[in-house]
Design a protein around this ligand. Structure first.
Ligand code: ZN
Length: 140
């Protein structure tokens, strides 16, 4: 079952979140808040020459919000700011249940697409992405 596979991915990321913590040095930071669910997060991004050279976050909240932050952090590392913005738009569409063309990143993020059936959980999945985009925008 595809759904079960997706659940496994979400559980794995929420139980052992990648890149959790505060970076020693970072160029920008932003906060995310989802009061409906009680999710909170702060992202730390280190931009060098227009590229996300490192990213981390501190977060507490539901499994979906933690898993999303974990996946976001592993996917955007090494990308340009432009690529992060494009991916944000694609991921947002995915969470709204819209058709998105598959690539390696979207394939991984598809594990979170189940939230499109639960409007109240969309914010859980997109919070970390909103925060990281805000952080990155602040550097420009
Ligand atoms: Zn949540």
């Amino acid at each position: 079952m595809l759904d079960e596979l997706y659940q496994e991915v979400i559980l794995d990321h929420s139980k052992s979140p990648r890149n959790f913590g505060v970076l020693d040095r970072y160029t920008c930071t932003a906060e995310g808040n989802n009061p409906m669910c009680g999710d909170q997060l702060t992202v730390y991004v280190d931009i060098k020459d227009d590229i996300v050279s490192d990213v981390s976050y501190r977060a507490r909240g539901c499994a979906i919000s933690i898993a999303s932050a974990s996946m976001m952090s592993s996917i955007i590392k090494g990308k340009t700011i432009g690529e992060v913005n494009i991916l944000f738009d694609k991921f947002h569409k995915l969470c709204m249940g819209e058709e998105v063309e598959d690539d390696d990143d979207i394939e991984r993020l598809r594990a979170l697409s189940g939230v499109s059936k639960f409007p109240t959980r969309v914010k859980c999945a997109t919070m970390s992405w909103h925060a990281v985009r805000e952080a990155v925008d602040n550097t420009q």
